[in-house]
Design a protein around this ligand. Structure first.
Ligand code: EPZ
Length: 469
């Protein structure tokens, strides 16, 4: 008779086999770790962006809450989606392709508990597992969350998440390799206030409150476009959610939710990344699928730096209109402020601006790791721990280097550089594409976490590069 440990071992073997098969399948065209780029050529052409990485992965988790299957449209082929698909499948959710490219059907009817070994084998480099708690507690009365991954851009704690789950009535036990949760008395609506408008913690509350008993009130909520799109999905499923002008979200728990059909919001972070690449390389890129409302603040800054854009029904054309780029002062913030994920790709263009720019990063405490490579290539960037260029933030005087001063224009020269994280990694690609001479960019696999088929897109846009295994 097999023991629990034997079953766990078998589950881990199965999960590792499936994960490697999935990764192999996915990486078959992307089995690259290094790219040699010959810079100095403008990127010109049209690319398409699909559904937002930071919505699609949460929409997949939301499907767990439905009593019937869901259909999610415009799902991008990125590794973060494959990780969440693997996590759903180890919990018994059937995930299949739909009729159109990018369609994903999620059938949660046979959802079941999973061995921690199987969960651990899939969770890898993602933070999404923490969002499985609410849905699994509702469906199964228990959940296990392995220690989380994600980009190293700060401590990335989950204290807000655990705090709100406890207030819903969950019992949270820290274990050596993760967190085990249970809900002996079910989950009840709660009055909550976040210390900081955390996107993840707001999603945690939404995914838990919609099936909790009674009303939940969340003060100081995040209201990013991806959050609003998740609320649209939950409303389609049968949830009752209001969002007030003062960023208070109220949810009335309901007894049953149905599956949804939803076309995911476009990826504004990917769109902004390609726009920044067009500016830095003095190019002209049409980003199909991009929409003005969700990029309003980015478009203002893009124009102030000296970029130009044309809004079309099916996308946005971003281009360098000629003339000198101008310095700007940017302070990242929660929505509708300048999104923290937009600053890394844009910094390359700021190294080409005539004057001194400042970026004050107020969302993450350590998000300038990527500038080391730019300085190596010839950029003049100094990092400071003071709150520069804007309002004092929670990182001021806590010894976090969270303000950058960029002086330009400086010529960038090709160098050997290594990708540190997802958005910083894309900024490395832009730097190599902008620099004079050849650069070798290693560890590029990280970029496929959030940028679908970026190698194909670079080729489409006329970049001059070779892949290395
Ligand atoms: C989401 O991360 C996005 N990731 C991030 O995008 C994005 O930069 C961020 O929101 C802000 O918009 C996904 O959606 C998968 P937070 P999240 O909770 O939810 C602190 C990318 O490249 N905090 O809003 O993890 C935290 O340390 C990624 O696509 C706590 O202190 O962000 C950070 O300083 C990068 N305790 C701040 O709040 C907590 O329990 C904002 O984090 C949770 C967060």
């Amino acid at each position: 008779m097999s023991t629990v440990l034997d079953e766990a071992r078998a589950a881990r073997e199965d999960a590792l086999h499936r994960a490697s098969a999935a990764n192999h399948g996915a990486a078959v065209g992307m089995n690259v770790d290094k790219v040699t780029i010959r810079g100095g050529r403008p990127l010109v052409g049209r690319i398409e962006v699909k559904g937002a990485k930071n919505l699609v992965t949460k929409a997949m988790v939301a499907a767990l809450l439905g009593e019937t299957p869901s259909l999610l449209k415009d799902v991008p082929n990125i590794s973060d989606v494959r990780i969440v698909r693997g996590l759903l499948e180890v919990h018994g959710v059937k995930v299949t392709e739909g009729d159109e490219p990018g369609d994903m059907i999620l059938d949660p009817v046979d959802v079941e508990s999973a061995h921690f070994a199987a969960i651990d084998a899939h969770a890898g480099s993602s933070r999404i597992p923490i969002l499985f708690c609410g849905p699994l507690l509702h469906r199964l009365g228990e959940a296990f969350i392995p220690d989380l991954g994600g980009c190293r851009i700060g401590d990335r704690p989950i204290d807000f998440h655990l705090e709100v789950l406890r207030k819903f009535g969950a019992v949270v036990e820290k274990q050596p390799n993760g967190i085990r949760m249970s809900a002996p008395n079910g989950l009840k609506g709660a009055k909550l206030e976040l210390p900081y408008p955390s996107v993840g913690a707001t999603e945690q509350v939404l995914l838990t409150a919609v099936r909790a008993d009674g009303i939940t009130e969340l003060k100081n909520a995040a209201i990013e476009p991806e959050i609003m799109d998740l609320i649209h999905i939950l409303q389609k499923m049968g949830a009752i959610i209001t969002v007030d002008t003062d960023r208070v979200i109220r949810i009335e728990g309901v007894d049953r939710l149905e599956g949804y059909t939803h076309r995911a919001l476009f990826d504004r972070n990917e769109a902004a990344s390609w726009a920044a690449a067009a500016l830095a390389t003095q190019g002209d890129i049409f980003v199909g699928g991009a929409r003005q409302p969700e990029m309003l603040t980015f478009l203002n800054v893009f124009r102030k730096v000296g970029g130009a854009f044309d809004i079309h029904d099916d996308g946005i054309r971003f281009y360098h209109p000629g003339g000198d780029l101008k310095p700007v002062i940017i302070e990242t913030d929660v929505h509708p402020g300048f999104m923290t994920d937009w600053q890394q790709p844009l910094v390359i263009a700021l190294t080409q601006a005539h004057g001194t720019s400042i970026v004050h990063e107020t969302v993450y405490e350590q998000r300038f790791g990527f500038v080391d490579a730019l300085v190596k290539m010839g950029a003049t960037i100094q990092i400071h721990r003071e709150c520069l260029g804007g309002h004092p933030c929670r990182f001021g005087q806590r010894n976090f280097n969270h303000s950058a001063v960029i002086t330009g224009p400086t010529k960038l020269y090709g160098a050997d550089i290594e990708v540190p994280d997802l958005r910083g990694g894309f900024s490395h690609l832009i730097a190599a594409l902008t620099a004079e001479g050849s650069s070798t960019v290693s560890n590029v696999g990280i970029i496929s976490r959030g940028y679908e088929n970026f190698i194909t897109k670079l080729r489409l846009l006329g970049a001059d590069f070779d892949l290395e295994g």
